[in-house]
Design a protein around this ligand. Structure first.
Ligand code: GUN
Ligand code: ZN
Length: 370
């Protein structure tokens, strides 16, 4: 079961309001997906994730393949059961992590040979293998195996890489049989080259996937360049299918993505920065370890209704971080995820009410974005 309903397109931009239905429930779009790389959104229980409004989480083929391995997750009855998360899960194909994390990798037409970043053992992932692993995981939305090319890279490099990713996408589609329960998305690549983005988008759309991801962005390029490529790319994507921008999760990137017609995004940013004591607030980011907050008994964000902000002060959370107490990381994670999920909810409301750009403007002014 997979359905995408486009409920509304904004008048003031390309922003869209929609709804995805999967076997594990509905997802309101635009949505932010918390990342649970190793079958856990770090420090959070499933109940806590639900309480802050997570509708779908993301996990990673690459990491779960290395540890605990597919056999154990298969024995557990799939990833949902293994981690006790009964709402939708999206898995990435490994096509990003194998390039960013592994050692000694060698790309061939067949797939990618690499050494595990954990114990150096020899591994191989091909398009077929990635689909096999994701079939065992049982995630609701699965990704085609791709190459996320580095930035910067030459036109020639991106051309070859993008065309190989197209051939790999064909093989993924051919190999994926569990189509009633798991929906495969194709990933558009093409680096920062519009001619290559256009070819990638057109060919992926011709292959008729149920949804399309935009990969190879937010890889170190300036935000204006990303916005330009993104704006260009979404124009080639069908209105009737969800659009997922991979690896984006700071407030400004999310607003810019939604403005250009993106429906889904994920990033480790809110959870990762939380664990080193960086907190998102309506007035911008703050570093909670700062001595400024030593005697500040107010909430992290006075406008936030999360569990952390309803119950604890900056001074207390600063103390937890300073003495390395793990509750500090948990409270900061709860707050950062709540902050982004609440922001996405407000974005959806603003699209519904035809005031998306006004909301963006107000948010930016307060947050301190230009
Ligand atoms: N995560 C962030 N960017 C990418 C990408 O280009 N491909 C994949 N598979 N995952 C990503
Ligand atoms: Zn909060």
């Amino acid at each position: 079961m997979f359905k995408f309903e486009l409920l509304k397109t904004a008048k003031d931009s390309k922003a869209r309001l929609g709804k995805i239905t999967t076997n594990h429930g509905e997802i309101e779009t635009p949505i932010f997906m918390p990342v649970g790389t190793r079958a856990t959104v770090k420090t959070m229980t499933p109940d806590e994730l639900k309480e802050i409004g997570s509708q779908i989480i993301l996990s990673n083929t690459y990491h779960l393949f290395l540890r605990p391995g597919t056999e154990i997750i298969e024995k557990a009855g799939g990833l949902h059961k293994f981690m006790n998360w009964d709402k939708p899960i999206l898995t990435d194909s490994g096509g990003f992590q194998v390039f960013s994390l592994s050692d000694n990798r060698k790309i061939t037409e067949e797939g990618v040979h690499f050494r595990s970043h954990i114990d150096g053992s020899k591994m191989f992932i091909s398009p077929e293998k990635s689909i096999d692993i994701q079939n065992i995981l049982g995630s609701d939305i699965i990704m085609a195996f791709d190459e996320c090319a580095p930035y910067p890279a030459s036109h020639e490099y991106i051309d070859n890489s993008m065309r190989r990713t197209l051939r790999w996408a064909e093989r993924c589609k051919e190999h994926h049989k569990n189509t009633d329960n798991q929906t495969l998305f194709g990933i558009i690549q093409g680096g920062m080259y519009k001619d290559l983005r256009e070819i990638s988008a057109r060919e992926m759309v011709d292959m008729d996937f149920k949804g399309y991801s935009i990969g190879g962005l937010s890889v170190g390029e300036p935000i204006d360049l990303m916005n330009d490529i993104l704006d260009f790319t979404t124009d080639f994507m069908p209105e009737s299918k969800p659009r997922y921008l991979m690896g984006v999760g700071s407030p400004d990137y999310l607003f810019e993505a939604v403005e250009r017609g993106v429906d889904m995004a994920d990033c480790v940013l809110p959870t990762r920065i939380a664990r080193n004591g960086t907190v998102l607030t309506h007035n911008g980011k703050i570093a909670i370890k700062n001595a400024l907050y030593k005697e500040d008994f107010s909430a992290l964000d006075k406008e936030c209704d999360c569990y952390t902000c309803r119950n604890f002060s900056k001074a207390y959370i600063r103390h937890l971080f300073n003495v390395d107490e793990i509750l500090g990381m948990r409270l900061a994670t709860i707050h950062n995820l709540y902050f982004l999920l609440d922001m996405m909810k407000n974005i959806r409301e603003s699209i519904r009410g035809d005031y998306f750009l006004e909301y963006k403007d107000d948010f930016y002014k307060k947050y301190g974005y230009k």
